[in-house]
Design a protein around this ligand. Structure first.
Ligand code: NDP
Length: 436
C-alpha cells in the first residue's frame, strides 16, 4: 500500500466494509452509576467491520497506517460528559445527504491519523491518490461564511472522529480535503500519526495570535508537561525563547522533562499540594506555597499558564499567574465546574482565555515544524488496533507519557520512513525521547 503508485492504488477496488474501532449506541448506558475512573474503555470499544461510506466530492479516502489515542477517545469511550451519539444525530439532522451518513448506530472514533490517499472526491484539487498524509481533526464546512476568519469560530465546526463518524482508529477513513497535511518524511507511520491533534492545539494555545502569542523570555507554567499537549507545549516554549516551568507527577516524568531541556521542574506528587481542602473548599495557602515554589525555580511569576486539568488546578493557576498574566485554557480533565478567586483575577488584571484545537493554517504550520524537525513527536508506546481498548485504558488511568500510537494498516513499528538522512541529522535520541 505505502509503496504503490497512484495508478496501482486506483486499480485496487474499495471494499464495501472495513475494520474499525467503534462504540455502539446500544451501549451508551453501560457505565451508569460507576465512578468515572472505574469506567473501562475495554468494555465499550469494539473492533470489527463497518460499512464503507460513500465519498463526498470534497473528501478523500485514506488507507490509515497508524492513529493515536487522544483524551477525546477516552471521553468518547466512557460516554462522558455526554455520549458522542448525540453529536452524530445532530450532524445527521443538519440537512445534506453527506451529513446524514454520519448518523449510525455505531461510531468509529479516533481524531488522528497518518496514511495514504486511495481515492479523491471530484472537487479535490490539491491532493492525489498515492499522497502520504497526516490528518488534522478540524472538520469544517468551508461554504459557511463563519468559517472564513478563523475556522475554529465556524458555527458548524466539529472534531473529526469525535463529533463526526468514520474516525482514524480504523483501516480506512473519509476526511475532508481541508484536513490533509503532508506526512513528515523522516517519521514512521506511528510517529507521524500522533502529532496533529495535540501539537496543533499547543501551537494555537502558545504561538498563535489566537492564543497566547508567547514572546521571548515569557515564563510559562505547563501542567501535565510530559502529557499529550504538555509535551508539545514544552517544546514550543523552548523553541520560542521562553522559560518553561513544567509540572508532572513522578520522578520518571521529571527526569524526562529535564532531558527535554526544561530546567524548572515541579513534581506535584512529591510536593503533595492540596489545593482543595475538601470537595467544596480551596486552600489559598496551598496556592501560595505552589507560587513560592515557582518563584524559587525561576525567580518570578508565570506570564502564561498552560491550563487544562480544570477544577483541580484552576484556582491555583489564576493565583500564581503574574500581574497582567494570561491563563490559557483548553480543557478540564478533572472537572469542568471551575472555581477561582475572582479578586486575584481582576485586582491583578489577569486574563483567562480559551482555546480549542486549531484552524487549518495553525495545524499546517504546526505540522511544518514537525516536518522540519523543529518539533519532535512525543510518542512513548504503540499498540496494535486489536488492543485499542487497552491503549485507551492506559491514557484514562494516566499511566502513559506523551502520546500513545496505534498501528492500523502498518504491520509493525518503524515503517514508512522516507528520509533517513534527515532522521540521522536530528538524532534518534531526540525523535525517540519518550520511548524509554
Ligand atoms: P494527557 O492525559 O496525555 O496529559 C494530561 C496530563 O495532565 C496528565 O498526564 C497529568 O500529568 C496532568 N493532569 C491530569 N489531571 C491532573 C490534575 N488533576 N492535576 C494536575 N495535573 C493533572 O492528556 P492530553 O495532554 O492529551 O490532554 C489534556 C486535556 O486537554 C484533556 O482533558 C483533553 O481532553 C484536553 N484537550 C483539549 C483539546 C482542545 O482542543 N480543546 C485538544 C487536546 C486535548 P501529571 O500526572 O504528570 O501531572
Amino acid at each position: 500500500m505505502a509503496g504503490a503508485t497512484g495508478a496501482q492504488l486506483e486499480a485496487i477496488p474499495i471494499p464495501d466494509h472495513y475494520r474499525g474501532a467503534y462504540l455502539r449506541k446500544e451501549d451508551v448506558g453501560i457505565f451508569e452509576g460507576i465512578a468515572s475512573s472505574a469506567k473501562d474503555p475495554r468494555k465499550s470499544l469494539h473492533l470489527g467491520d463497518v460499512p464503507t461510506p460513500e465519498l463526498a466530492p470534497d473528501e478523500v479516502m485514506v488507507a490509515v497506517m497508524a492513529s493515536s489515542i487522544n483524551f477525546n477517545t477516552v471521553w468518547s469511550s466512557i460516554f462522558e460528559p455526554v455520549s458522542t451519539f448525540g453529536f452524530l444525530e445532530k450532524l445527521g439532522r443538519s440537512g445534506s445527504l453527506w451529513d446524514q451518513r454520519h448518523n449510525q448506530p455505531y461510531h468509529v472514533i479516533g481524531s488522528d491519523g497518518s496514511g495514504v490517499i486511495i481515492r479523491v472526491g471530484a472537487s479535490v484539487r490539491n491532493w492525489k491518490v498515492g499522497d502520504k498524509v497526516t490528518i488534522h481533526c478540524n472538520y469544517v464546512d468551508d461554504q459557511d461564511p463563519s468559517a472564513h476568519d478563523d475556522s475554529m469560530m465556524a458555527t458548524n465546526q466539529r472534531i473529526w472522529g469525535f463529533e463526526t463518524n468514520f474516525g482514524g482508529l480504523a483501516d480506512l477513513t473519509v476526511v475532508k480535503a481541508n484536513q490533509l497535511m503532508p506526512k513528515p518524511a523522516h517519521l514512521s507511520w506511528e510517529e507521524a500519526a500522533v502529532n496533529a491533534l495535540c501539537n496543533s492545539t499547543s501551537y494555537r494555545m502558545l504561538v498563535s495570535k489566537n492564543g497566547a502569542a508567547m514572546k521571548q523570555g515569557d515564563v510559562v507554567l505547563i501542567w501535565g508537561a510530559t502529557g499529550g499537549i504538555g509535551g508539545y507545549a514544552v517544546q514550543y516554549v523552548l523553541n520560542g525563547g521562553g522559560i518553561p516551568v513544567g509540572v508532572v507527577s513522578s520522578k520518571e516524568k521529571a527526569d524526562l522533562l529535564r532531558d527535554m531541556g526544561c530546567e524548572a521542574v515541579i513534581d506535584r506528587s512529591e510536593m503533595g499540594y492540596k489545593f482543595w481542602k475538601d470537595e467544596t473548599t480551596q486552600d489559598e495557602s496551598e496556592w501560595r506555597r505552589f507560587g513560592k515554589d515557582i518563584r524559587s525555580l525561576v525567580g518570578e511569576d508565570p506570564d502564561i499558564v498552560f491550563e487544562h486539568p480544570g477544577r483541580s488546578t484552576m484556582g491555583a493557576s489564576v493565583y500564581v499567574a503574574k500581574k497582567g498574566g494570561l491563563i490559557m485554557t483548553c480543557a478540564a480533565t478533572s472537572g469542568y465546574m471551575i472555581e477561582y478567586d475572582n479578586r486575584h483575577l481582576w485586582m491583578k488584571l489577569k486574563t483567562i482565555k480559551s482555546s480549542h484545537f486549531a484552524n487549518y493554517r495553525e495545524a499546517f504550520e504546526a505540522n511544518r515544524l514537525i516536518s522540519k524537525g523543529m518539533i519532535q513527536p512525543v510518542i512513548s508506546k504503540t499498540y496494535p488496533l486489536e488492543e485499542v481498548g487497552a491503549a485507551c485504558y492506559s491514557v484514562h488511568r494516566n499511566e502513559h507519557e506523551g502520546k500513545i500510537g496505534v498501528l492500523t494498516l502498518s504491520p509493525s513499528e518503524n515503517l514508512g520512513i522516507d528520509n533517513l538522512e534527515m532522521r540521522e541529522r536530528i538524532g534518534e535520541n531526540k525523535i525517540g525521547r519518550f520511548r524509554r
